[in-house]
Design a protein around this ligand. Structure first.
Ligand SMILES: Nc1ncnc2c1ncn2[C@@H]1O[C@H](COP(=O)(O)OP(=O)(O)O)[C@@H](O)[C@H]1O
Ligand SMILES: [Mg+2]
Length: 278
């Protein structure tokens, strides 16, 4: 058996121990339909308290739907989601989402966008005044407190989206293709910024992407979703050292793992291409 084969775990739950922490998120037997469309079934995985789990899968396989179920924004049909000991039936405190299209209020400044979650959570003014500048600085937006989203590049808008999510002090971060709408150079900068911020403030994180490279760079494990309805095809342990840097991208092990995920996904994509619609 090659080391790559060992790395791919047939038992999703077992791999959570690698991060050396208790599961913060537990997804058990999750299934979801939209009317007659069955999006996914039997989704089972855990995410450790200090673990980044990346999810890759083709467009339309239900990645966004899965995140929304975990966030409590939409109902699912079967299974359950636990965050800590709490069963998710509606949005719960301590879980924050970062969206692909930034999800900022266009009529609010950076400051007001970042303050929004804290205000909703009923934080006192003194706390807002203290935390908002701290998180604006953390994501590298100091000096842009009074800018509006339309005045900023996509990368800056996503930094703002990240600051807003982090400001509430989440212990779970759900990221839905957060860097998909920015150019390639900015994307790379943001990936390393995210890793830096995560090292400073580790949380349980689910990072959805359709970039295999991004999944392998960021994830402690990579979940490959496949099929119709989709299910977990494989969970690959990414045994690259931390902290990950630009040097990581040049390691032979990085290329090996990327190829591993790539071949799994491409096999699926080829099969999907030749399915007849009924
Ligand atoms: N609100 C909805 N109502 C009906 N179908 C939906 C809805 N949202 C998504 N879908 C469908 O469910 C499937 C999964 O969508 P989505 O979760 O957005 O996939 P992904 O994020 O992986 O691209 C797609 O076929 C999509 O068209
Ligand atoms: Mg999506």
């Amino acid at each position: 058996m090659t080391s790559l084969q060992t790395a791919a775990s047939a038992n999703p739950g077992a791999a959570a121990k690698i991060s050396g922490s208790e599961p913060r998120i537990r997804v058990k037997g999750l299934g979801k339909h939209y009317g007659s469309l069955e999006v996914f079934r039997n989704i089972d995985f855990d995410v450790g308290e200090r673990e980044i789990v990346a999810i890759v899968g083709p467009s339309g396989c239900g990645k966004t739907t899965l995140l929304r179920c975990i966030d409590g924004l939409i109902a699912f049909d079967s299974g359950e989601v636990l965050v800590g000991t709490e069963r998710v039936t509606e949005p719960i405190a301590g879980v924050a989402m970062v969206f692909q299209h930034f999800g900022l209020f266009p009529w609010k400044t950076v400051y007001e966008n970042v303050a929004y979650g804290l205000r909703m959570a009923g934080a006192p003014k003194a706390e807002i005044d203290r935390r908002v500048p701290e998180f604006i600085k953390l994501v590298g937006l100091a000096g842009f407190e009074h800018a509006y989203p339309y005045q900023m590049s996509g990368g800056m808008q996503q930094r703002c989206g990240l600051a807003r999510a982090l400001a509430v002090g989440p212990n779970v971060l759900l990221m839905d293709e957060p860097f998909a709408a920015v150019d390639a150079q900015t994307r790379e900068i943001l990936q390393f910024e995210l890793l830096r911020i995560w090292e400073e403030r580790p949380t349980a994180m689910i990072f959805v992407t359709h970039s295999i490279e991004e999944a392998v760079l960021l994830g402690h494990r990579v979940i490959v979703l496949k099929g119709r309805p989709s299910g977990i095809h494989e969970i690959v342990d990414i045994d690259l050292p931390h902290p990950r840097t630009r040097d990581t991208l040049r390691e032979p092990r990085f290329a090996e793992l990327r190829e591993r995920v790539w071949s799994t996904l491409m096999r699926e994509a080829r099969e999907a291409e030749f399915v007849l619609e009924r």
